[in-house]
Design a protein around this ligand. Structure first.
Ligand SMILES: Nc1ncnc2c1ncn2[C@@H]1O[C@H](COP(=O)(O)OP(=O)(O)O)[C@@H](O)[C@H]1O
Ligand SMILES: O=c1ccn([C@@H]2O[C@H](COP(=O)(O)OP(=O)(O)O)[C@@H](O)[C@H]2O)c(=O)[nH]1
Ligand SMILES: [Mg+2]
Length: 222
């Protein structure tokens, strides 16, 4: 998996904001948002997509965690949000994402767990001038998401039933409307995320081969 830490030294690639609003996003960039509920498998699938298709995997949850570890003035606020399943203000999240993109030598990004609400989406559009090529939506039942989170065993402070309920509420009330927004623009690629990680990745591959074909990189799935 390509991470911010691994490619952090490179500074050449810059996310130059476009003056021309007719442009989708900074030239030459490919941005895929990976969305879905907590436990739907976003991070698991991004870790497969990144090496297979040559993308940089940026997890906003991980970027926030890294910010806490730097001893940042925002550390306590970020930790409180995570514990309570609340969303961190968009300006901070977008700043961290923008820095990570600028530090990457890659121009192809899978952005894991963002945008989480309408404010996130609007901030990415207006500040970073990012418009995703598509939104990969991992569609999973609430029952299965809860089961996975309660078995995640990564020592996360937010993987307890109380916080999980709050995160699910945020997902249904704030994140799903963003998915619907992109759906109305024909940008959502919905994947059945109930199967095994391998089965889900097979379905995702089709979507990425379609993208490569569109970019003239290949004749499609081999
Ligand atoms: N398709 C799947 N089937 C069963 N378990 C899965 C699947 N995808 C992910 N998991 C497991 O479920 C948990 C949540 O997955 P994760 O990728 O962290 O979800 P998210 O990033 O969407 O919160 C992890 O323990 C992961 O190993
Ligand atoms: O765009 C984002 C992404 C994450 N978070 C915060 O980080 C937590 C964990 O996010 P992560 O994506 O790691 O959780 P996952 O969905 O993978 O379980 C969330 O509950 C939020 O508090 C946020 O505020 N904005
Ligand atoms: Mg995750």
């Amino acid at each position: 998996m390509e991470t911010m830490a691994k490619d952090g030294a490179a500074q050449e690639a810059t996310v130059t904001p476009n003056k021309d609003v007719s442009e989708d996003k900074p030239k030459g960039y490919t941005v895929i948002y990976v969305s879905g509920g907590p436990g739907s498998g976003k991070s698991t699938q991004c870790a497969k997509i990144a090496p297979y298709f040559g993308f940089c995997h940026l997890s906003v949850g991980d970027l926030l965690e890294a910010e806490v570890e730097t001893g940042s003035e925002y550390g306590k606020m970020i930790e409180d949000c995570k514990k309570e399943g609340r969303l961190v203000p968009s300006d901070l999240v977008v700043k961290l994402l923008q820095q990570a993109m600028q530090r990457s030598q890659n121009k192809k990004f899978v952005i894991d767990g963002f945008p989480r609400n309408e404010e996130n989406r609007a901030a990415a559009e207006s500040i970073m001038k990012i418009e995703p090529d598509f939104v990969l939506f991992l569609d999973c039942s609430e029952e299965e998401m809860k089961r996975r989170l309660l078995n995640r065993n990564q020592g996360r402070v937010d993987d307890n039933i109380n916080t999980i309920q709050k995160r699910l509420k945020v997902y249904f009330e704030c994140t799903l409307p963003v998915i619907n927004y992109y759906s109305a623009k024909g940008k959502v690629r919905k994947i059945d995320a109930e199967g095994s990680p391998e089965e889900v990745f097979e379905a995702i591959k089709d979507v990425f081969f379609e993208l490569k074909e569109k970019h003239g990189e290949t004749a499609g799935r081999p």
